[in-house]
Design a protein around this ligand. Structure first.
Ligand SMILES: Nc1ncnc2c1ncn2[C@@H]1O[C@H](COP(=O)(O)OP(=O)(O)OP(=O)(O)O)[C@@H](O)[C@H]1O
Ligand SMILES: [Mg+2]
Length: 385
């Protein structure tokens, strides 16, 4: 007998795509896992919501099965050096020290060597520890403390013959925490050839400057890996399988239309597929007209965010977005400007730089300018044109 069909929505958009929600990325996973095993540093760059965190999490889980310990710190949660120290201490404790040392005391004793001692509290409900660095010290003291924390994973790896990696998510935040942090980190990390450091971040501009500009501390210290959208054919089978695992189906034409809108953008594809599944009654298959309604639902839910964004753009930026929503192309060319009635090349260049910095537009590998968020393309075409 077939297992009972699922009645909850099989699509997921939001935080990490785990387990069944995760699809494809086979080549990226293979290369990331090999690099981490080899102690090769990696800078993972992609626009927001392309699946960076999900990819590294999946790689970490696969590597954990091979005994590799990956400590993870999210820089978005660490706005100050003290908070960074707290998160580092916790990651080292939970992800590296605890699996190595059977005795709780041994894992905690590691932090005795820090210049600024954290206040350690235990949550009795979960048995989890937190480490708080109270800001009553000099800048030098907290720097020395961070330096020591950054050394610990490599030290543990060497002493315990373990394979470890250190992973910083939202790495584009690093200079906002403190402009001197990259230099401090780099100085410590270059002594650690066996420990892989993974830096995941959006804001392509800034991430690639950090690793590719010779005036930057991280210059050539990591292999730069950019991830793109998920190929349409792979996403198509994922969407179909996920529908088929429930009591609803989906037509080929609806899947094709869906991917035409989302172009394989991971978050957008899951969001639109979620709305599409919701539109279809039990026992039916999603059609192209269901897709139309699903897209309306999504655009309505994004309307407030897009309106706010639109209100904050200059006139030239709006004109450029309108043009790109109609036609992705080489926006600097005289013919493109003429075709879309755009102002002078220099005005457009300035607008393009601002939109690129805000991650609203980006370049395809063939050099054509595109709007990064698929739903913004639809929204501009419908409501702002
Ligand atoms: N491999 C994947 N397969 C299917 N869906 C995915 C995949 N990766 C990401 N997604 C979709 O994208 C969403 C966001 O993923 P994730 O948080 O990993 O992206 P991110 O690039 O880290 O985003 P941010 O820039 O906001 O940190 C997930 O909730 C899921 O809907
Ligand atoms: Mg992320």
């Amino acid at each position: 007998m077939a297992p009972p069909a699922r009645i909850t929505n099989p699509f997921y958009f939001g935080d990490l795509a785990l387990d069944e929600a995760f699809t494809d990325r086979k080549d990226e996973l293979k290369s990331l896992e090999t690099d981490i095993l080899n102690g090769q540093n990696v800078a993972l760059i992609a626009p927001r919501r392309y699946g960076k965190s999900s990819l590294v999490r999946r790689a970490s889980l696969n590597l954990a099965a091979k005994g590799v310990l990956v400590a993870e710190v999210d820089l978005m949660k660490a706005p100050t050096k003290e908070r960074l120290a707290s998160h580092l201490a916790r990651a080292i404790h939970d992800d590296i020290a605890s699996p190595i040392f059977k005795a709780k005391e041994a894992a905690l004793r590691l932090f005795d060597s820090l210049r600024v001692k954290p206040v350690i509290t235990v949550d009795p409900a979960h048995g989890s520890y937190s480490f708080t660095f109270i800001p009553t010290h000099t800048d030098e003291d907290i720097d020395a403390t961070l330096e020591r924390l950054l050394e610990l994973p490599a030290q543990l790896a060497a002493e315990q013959k373990a394979k470890v990696a250190l992973y910083f998510d939202e790495f584009q935040e690093i200079t906002d925490i403190d402009p001197n942090l990259p230099a401090l980190m780099r100085a410590v990390f270059q002594e650690q050839p066996d420990v892989a450091h993974v830096y995941a971040g959006s804001k392509r501009d800034m991430m690639s400057r950090l690793f590719n500009d010779k005036n930057e501390a991280f210059y050539r210290s990591a292999k730069v890996m950019e991830i793109g959208a998920i190929p349409s054919d792979l996403f198509a089978s994922f969407v179909k399988e996920r529908f088929d695992a429930t009591e609803k189906g989906v037509s080929e034409a609806a899947i094709e239309g869906l991917l035409e809108v989302t172009r394989g953008h991971p978050y957008a594809t899951q969001e639109l597929a979620y709305a599409l599944w919701d539109e279809v009654p039990s026992g039916f298959s999603a059609t192209v007209s269901d897709l139309e309604r699903a897209l309306d639902v999504v655009l309505r839910s994004e309307n407030a965010r897009f309106t706010l964004l639109w209100d904050n753009l200059s006139r030239a930026q709006r004109q450029l977005l309108q043009a790109v929503a109609l036609e992705s192309g080489h926006i600097q060319s005289a013919r493109y400007l003429l075709r879309h009635g755009l102002p002078s090349a220099s005005t457009i260049q300035k607008a393009a730089r601002a939109l690129e910095k805000a991650e609203l537009i980006g370049k395809r590998p063939d050099g054509a300018t595109v709007i990064v968020e698929p739903f913004l393309v639809e929204w501009v075409a419908r409501y702002a044109a």
